[in-house]
Design a protein around this ligand. Structure first.
Ligand code: APR
Length: 235
């Protein structure tokens, strides 16, 4: 079903597929990150406690990839939509890269944290992450050698959930872009938005695990179908 995308309060959820064409890996596609690394070793608090050096090496490599990457046409289209559309656009991302910000998007809600930030596991202080981090890096606030990436690991609570829930409860259009619908709470946002009366649209390379929950699904690479959709919204 093709839905009208006239909307005043749009909530957009993005996943790794948004940054795939910028060269950053996805997780569950063929040769995705979780097919090459054991997420229990590099994306859980227990893995960090066992081997903080390995975890920092994993995120240092992803930070280097991010710094070498550029936003693609989909990132730029979403930044343009936010800037020029009459609608209020809330950008929620599961991604930890800063490509939306580098494309000009503002107030991006990073529910799984950000590679550009560091967190002190001792006092909770946050600061801008250096390009490469080591466990012995002292916290600028308390001096403890308990530096970790400011990333939400499996088993931890996603960030900014109150802000996200409020936006979903008030949305009249929810769009999920480049996410497989495998990880909650993000995978449940489409149902929360629909319950609040929003129309729901999925933009993905392939149908996601929860494709059946959307009013409409459009398939193709984000760098093509996201700019096409944004052009429609701005026409
Ligand atoms: N254009 C659009 N979508 C794409 C493209 C592309 N070029 N390439 C891949 N995709 C889609 C895939 O079809 C898939 O639906 O991106 C999605 C990638 O799925 P995942 O690898 O599971 O990534 P994501 O949904 O973001 O994972 C969610 O899981 O591991 C955790 O914290 C991690 O934030 C991540 C979360």
């Amino acid at each position: 079903m093709t839905i009208s995308t006239r909307a005043e309060r749009i909530v957009i959820l993005t996943g790794a597929g948004l940054s795939a064409e910028s060269g950053l890996g996805t997780f569950r596609d063929k040769d995705g990150l979780w097919t090459r690394y054991d997420l229990n070793e590099v994306a859980t608090p227990e893995g960090f406690a066992r081997n903080p050096v390995l975890v920092h090496e994993f995120y240092n490599a992803r930070r280097a990839n991010m710094l070498a990457a550029s936003p693609n046409a989909a990132h730029h289209a979403l930044a343009d939509l936010q800037q020029f559309a009459p609608a209020r656009v809330t950008l929620v991302t599961q991604n930890i890269d800063d490509l939306l910000e580098r494309a000009g998007a503002r107030e991006v809600i990073h529910m799984h944290g950000e590679l550009t930030r560091a967190l002190c596991a001792a006092c909770g202080h946050r600061w801008d992450a250096p390009e490469a981090m080591q466990p012995a890096d002292p916290c600028p606030a308390c001096g403890a050698k308990a530096t970790r990436p400011d990333i939400v690991w499996f088993g931890e609570f996603p960030y900014h959930m109150e802000r996200i829930e409020a936006a979903l409860a008030n949305a009249d259009l929810f769009v999920a872009i480049g996410t497989s619908g495998n990880v909650y709470p993000a995978a449940g946002f489409v149902q929360e938005a629909a319950f609040a009366g929003a129309r729901t649209l999925e933009l993905n390379l392939e149908a996601s695990a929860n494709a059946g929950l959307f009013d409409e699904t459009r398939l193709g690479p984000a760098s093509r179908i996201v700019p096409d959709w944004v052009a429609e919204m701005r026409s």
